[in-house]
Design a protein around this ligand. Structure first.
Ligand SMILES: Cc1cc2nc3c(=O)[nH]c(=O)nc-3n(C[C@H](O)[C@H](O)[C@H](O)COP(=O)(O)O)c2cc1C
Length: 168
């Protein structure tokens, strides 16, 4: 146990402890110059109902962060319980910059045009409202411009203790 105020918190200890917090898994997508970029995230949270706002955090060195400097429209697909392979693929560091969604069926969100992953549990179409620096991540807050839900029986994916698991 770490006693507050006694020593800097160890990064591995922090990661392990926060890994006990079940977190929903989603994909953030954005299109820049005709190229779709997609990244797995577990940091999506609802912020406000009126107006509708949500947030996610993005690593400052990620490609997604770069793209968000140029494009303010983006989309979120809340992954379904059977989409762990999609989550793995869109988190893999070596995937190419172009064609990331070639093997992932998708449609286009109505306002941003960013991809919505087919078969997901829910979808949001957003525009950046604010970006807050936060350590090695930036917190991106978005106005929600459109929403949709998947089939009622579709479950979700949860990231817990370093593993992604489906829940219904
Ligand atoms: C379950 C899971 C959750 C993740 N959540 C986030 C997140 O919230 N923010 C983030 O920046 N990266 C997150 N990542 C890491 C990115 O998916 C990964 O670094 C990705 O390759 C970054 O791609 P990019 O540099 O092309 O944007 C997560 C990875 C996994 C497996």
């Amino acid at each position: 146990m770490t006693v507050p105020g006694t020593a800097p918190v160890d990064e591995d200890a922090f990661r392990a402890a926060v890994g006990r917090l079940p977190a929903g898994v989603a994909v953030v997508t954005v299109v820049r110059r005709g190229v779709a970029h997609a990244t797995t995230v577990n940091s999506v949270a609802s912020v406000s109902l009126d107006p509708p706002l949500l947030l996610f955090s993005v690593h400052v060195d990620s490609r997604l962060r770069d793209v968000l400097d140029e494009v303010d429209g983006w989309a979120v697909s809340v992954l379904a319980d059977d989409q762990a392979d999609v989550a793995d693929w869109l988190a893999s560091p070596g995937r190419p910059a172009v064609g990331q969604l070639d093997r992932v069926p998708h449609t286009s969100a109505p306002v941003s045009g960013a991809p919505w992953v087919a078969g997901a549990a829910a979808w949001f179409d957003c525009r950046t409202a604010a970006v807050h620096p936060a350590g090695d991540h930036d917190v991106v807050v978005g106005d929600v411009l459109a929403v949709a839900q998947g089939a009622p029986a579709v479950g979700g994916l949860v990231h817990l203790r370093g593993r992604v698991r489906g829940v219904r």
